[in-house]
Design a protein. Structure first.
Length: 290
């Protein structure tokens, strides 16, 4: 077999591989840039928490309408936003920090969601919700992922300056601009939307992986924000394509295969990149820039 037959022919011959690749491309363009800002704002674990928090809403949509794209998407968005805002309110009204209150809400949401789905007695559907099915994306799912990716790109472009300032010094942004709350809550909305989008392809347990792992890799290779965003999206797409091929030639499910490839790239970057463990470090006087 030549290189064309190994790397290109599966996408040419099989419609499910092409659909998986298109879905991965949309996630790379929409979700991964959001992951970069999550990483820079030290909110990576918040992404993981929210990805689990959408499960009860998706589960209720599933119980009401079966594997309905619209019902599960609406339920996931409502549940994710409810948990994010509830955690914020608790943090402001109590002695708990936002990360602690978010952890409490997400653990309860995960338990409630799994309980709801497991009570239906269809474990295959539970696996679909938890781990996704990127190779089974239909036209409606691809359209939804593409629309959310477009909204995400437009939102990041609109909020780019305040988001960048908030990454560098959120106190300064609050002091000089009234756009701080708009940027903060607008960004949280984009995060929830992209986690719901990733949920349809990779499931609640894997959706955050394609957001954070490529972002972490890019952060190790560059300190400039614009190249970091482009590199993270490119790595997410490459990892998605490689993961689909790994799944095609082996028995590894497609979603975990994509995250495994992204994880491998992360460990290589951790060893070889200027911001990693072995390669020469960046000069200490350089800072994150756009």
């Amino acid at each position: 077999m030549n290189l064309y037959e190994i790397f290109i022919l599966p996408f040419v011959d099989f419609d499910f591989m092409r659909r998986g690749l298109v879905g991965t491309l949309a996630l790379a363009l929409g979700a991964t840039p959001v992951g970069v800002f999550l990483l820079l704002r030290r909110m990576s674990l918040m992404g993981d928490a929210v990805s689990h928090a959408i499960l009860p809403g998706a589960a209720l949509g599933y119980l009401a309408c079966g594997l309905s794209l619209g019902a599960m998407t609406a339920g996931g968005i409502i549940a994710g936003l409810a948990v994010v805002f509830a955690a914020g309110l608790v943090a402001r009204a109590s002695n708990l920090r936002e990360d602690a209150s978010l952890a409490a809400f997400y653990l309860l949401s995960l338990a409630v969601g799994i309980t709801i789905i497991s009570q239906s007695g269809r474990n295959l559907d539970l696996l679909h919700v938890l781990f996704g099915s990127v190779l089974a994306l239909d036209n409606a799912s691809l359209l939804l992922i593409a629309v959310i990716a477009s909204i995400s790109l437009f939102g990041i472009a609109l909020l780019f300056r305040p988001l960048t300032l908030e990454c560098l010094d959120h106190a300064f942004l609050r002091a000089v601009s009234r756009s701080s709350p708009v940027a903060h809550y607008g960004f949280l909305l984009l995060a929830v939307l992209n986690l719901v989008s990733g949920f349809h392809a990779l499931g609640t347990l894997m959706a955050v992986g394609i957001m954070i792992l490529p972002a972490a890799c890019a952060r190790l290779w560059t300190r400039k924000l614009t190249p970091m965003l482009a590199l993270a999206a490119g790595l997410a797409l490459a990892g998605g394509a490689a993961g689909l091929l790994l799944s095609f030639y082996t028995d590894v499910p497609a979603g975990p295969a994509i995250i495994l490839v992204c994880g491998l790239v992360y460990f290589v970057s951790l060893l070889a990149a200027p911001g990693g463990l072995i390669a020469p470090r960046w000069p200490s006087q350089r800072h994150l820039s756009s």
